[in-house]
Ligand binder design. Structure first.
Ligand code: PRT
Ligand code: ZN
Length: 295
């Protein structure tokens, strides 16, 4: 029997494309990819990549054309509400948050607008379902104007009074003389899978990939710290190491009053942390990145 292969959908080009590929690369999965290719096979993991528009990813995973997909939570949510409204199945699961592509879906008005009551207003957006859901929950009656891009010019064109668009730095809003009113949804990239009709061989591959992603994420959050500590200050120094369980204590050759302390910290090590360690008596403090972790 032919070996099962996972099909992973990622964005072809755009904000999520590079970070998605990068994540897979850090999971040790290599692809032979030439530009403009829509499909490519991994040379060292039973997986193939499908490069698509981000908006198409949830549906293709839902339909079974792909097993996994990387997509913004904003798109996942919007498509989910769209399916719900049409009573169509949306058998997708949000497997893991990937941490890139963070943004927020916010309401904004022209800077000069003093009246910010939404009732009865026209709101332009590319996320009509998410917006409508938010309005419904608050009992606000407003007209949703659907636009597929360049939402920020809607007030100037008098298409709408208010816009509801994705914001990351806020520069686009500022450049268009708009003021952010309120965030209605916060988003980041997520890994999604289909929940229906997945053969056990694929389940196994999904688990394997998830373990690797988990290892990459843990490694990102962790640092390896090495330092020298006077034996008499050891308890104080150990207490100043953030998020470290049972550090390794190693003797130092030819030195009787100091030991080396090695530990994995599962928290960020700030300069302040290092200064605190030094104040507690530590010296020769080294903080190293961790590339991979597997428990
Ligand atoms: O061709 P395809 O449909 O795949 O691409 P796309 O144009 O739909 O997507 P793309 O690459 O722009 O965005 C993909 C995903 O990135 C989105 O679905 C979000 O999950 C995420 N993301 C993160 C963003 C932003 N940040 C973002 N700032 N998507 C869009 N923007 C736009 C926003 O719409 C506005 O026009 O950037 C502008 C605002 O940015 P700031 O930095 O000026 O605030
Ligand atoms: Zn898109």
């Amino acid at each position: 029997m032919e070996q099962a292969r996972l099909r992973i959908a990622i964005q072809k080009s755009g904000r999520l494309a590079e970070p998605s590929l990068d994540l897979l690369k850090r999971c040790g999965i290599r692809f032979n990819r030439s530009k403009d290719q829509l499909f490519c096979q991994s040379t060292n993991f039973p997986a193939d990549l499908l490069m698509l528009r981000d908006d198409d990813i949830p549906e293709l995973v839902n339909e079974g054309a792909c097993d996994l997909g990387v997509v913004g939570l904003n798109v996942f949510q919007e498509k989910g509400l769209e399916h719900k409204a049409r009573h169509r199945p949306y058998d997708l699961e949000r497997l893991v948050d990937l941490g890139f592509g963070t943004c927020r879906l916010s309401l904004a008005v022209p800077k000069g607008a003093s009246d910010v009551v939404l009732q009865g207003k026209k709101i332009a957006t590319s996320y009509p379902e998410t917006l409508q859901d938010w309005l419904n929950q608050r009992g606000i009656d407003a007209t949703v104007v659907i636009m597929s891009g360049a939402i920020e010019i809607a007030p100037r064109l008098q298409i709408a009074d208010v816009i509801c668009d994705l914001v990351s730095t806020g520069e686009t809003l500022a450049a268009n003389g708009l003021r952010e009113l309120e965030t209605i949804f916060t988003s980041q990239s997520i890994l999604i899978r289909r929940t229906r009709d997945v053969p056990p061989e694929k389940e196994e591959l999904i688990d394997r990939l998830l373990r690797r992603i988990n290892g990459v994420q843990k490694a990102d959050e962790s640092k390896y710290i090495m330092l020298h500590s006077p034996i008499e200050a050891l308890e104080k120094v150990k207490a100043a190491i953030p998020g470290a369980e049972s550090p390794t204590i190693v003797p130092l050759q030819g030195v009787s009053d100091k030991v080396a302390v090695h530990a994995v910290c599962n928290e960020t090590v700030f300069w302040e942390t290092m200064e605190n360690l030094k104040a507690a008596g530590a010296s020769a403090i080294l903080v190293l990145p961790i590339e991979k972790m597997l428990d």
